[in-house]
Design a protein around this ligand. Structure first.
Ligand code: HH2
Length: 293
């Protein structure tokens, strides 16, 4: 296991260089009525802005806004509907909340409109495979880009969860997606890699990826993980989806020790606290603590 902070000092987005010296937390803002874990509670713009302010207070570094659920069996969302959900929220967030915004979408037109509305990162769970126009949108805006590993589509991905050595195979497939992004002219320092926990992975695969995350980090880019409330946490604990935030925080701390730099979560406060402990261990600095504690 690698016990060192990630190599890359920062992540370049369309608007700034985000420092990665300590763990970065992305708060999830799903603007979907059918999101399995938010239950559509952030449907209204006002609710989303309120939730974002709370995430900022809780220690979020980035807000990840999505209007299309990638849950298997989720109802398809038209491009017009996805735009209608996310653009007004992104406009308000960038004007009022003061945190960098990432757009979680597989559609180039949604990414383009989101970047024009103030977003600075594209989180594409298809890793530029779904929409051939996506790479050019990211390149032209100089946006940050998250390339996530998945096989197949959300509805078919479970059948594709067959691996001999999951960490090696995910690293090799991500390296291929990375090569595609670089060949399309996207700058290397704009790219973050994500093993795609829960996407075409059974429980044992997710656990093996967390254990061997150093194989993904060895590709030389900051690594993001999204364990939040996912099924594998239910499988190891027997807990329902609404009782997994503390488990998510533990998974984040484990991933931090294994080299991850960014963490996509629903409960920002719990993850932030766990990651502060992990960072204190990584940097061996308990400076917030009195000597006797
Ligand atoms: N997981 C989900 C969605 N987007 N993006 C990245 N980069 N990594 C992930 O692991 C990831 C992601 C799925 O989780 P959630 O947002 O809770 O659910 P939904 O599928 O409803 O969007």
């Amino acid at each position: 296991m690698t016990l060192a902070p990630p190599a890359a000092p920062s992540w370049r987005t369309a608007r700034r260089a985000l420092p990665l010296g300590r763990a970065s937390v992305l708060g999830i803002l799903n603007i979907t009525p059918d999101s399995f874990s938010d239950g559509g509670r952030h449907h209204a713009v006002e609710d989303a802005v309120r939730a974002a302010r709370r995430m900022k207070d809780d220690g979020a570094d980035i807000l990840d806004v999505g209007g299309e659920s990638t849950r298997p069996g989720a109802a398809p969302v038209s491009e017009a509907e996805e735009l209608r959900r996310v653009i007004p929220v992104i406009e308000r967030l960038t004007a009022e909340v003061g945190l960098p915004v990432s757009i979680d979408t597989r559609r180039a037109a949604v990414a383009r409109a989101a970047l024009a509305a103030g977003a600075e990162i594209v989180n594409d769970v298809s890793a530029l495979t779904k929409d051939p126009a996506m790479a050019a949108v990211v390149r032209e805006a100089n946006a940050g880009l998250i390339l996530m590993h998945m096989r197949g589509e959300p509805d078919t991905m479970d059948a594709a969860a067959v691996y001999d050595d999951v960490a090696l195979e995910v690293a090799a497939e991500l390296a291929q997606r990375l090569g595609h992004a670089l060949a399309a002219g996207i700058a290397a320092d704009a790219i973050v890699l994500d093993p795609g926990l829960g996407f075409a992975k059974h429980t044992a695969h997710n656990l093996a990826l967390l254990r061997h995350l150093d194989r993904i980090a060895a590709l030389g880019h900051p690594v993001l993980v999204g364990p939040s409330r996912k099924r594998f946490l239910g499988a190891v604990s027997g807990r329902a989806v609404d009782r997994r935030d503390d488990l998510t925080a533990v998974a984040c701390a484990i991933a931090r020790m294994a080299g991850a730099a960014l963490f996509r979560v629903h409960d920002v406060a719990a993850a932030r606290a766990a990651l502060d402990v992990a960072d204190a261990v990584l940097h061996e600095s308990g400076s917030r603590l009195p000597a006797s504690a």
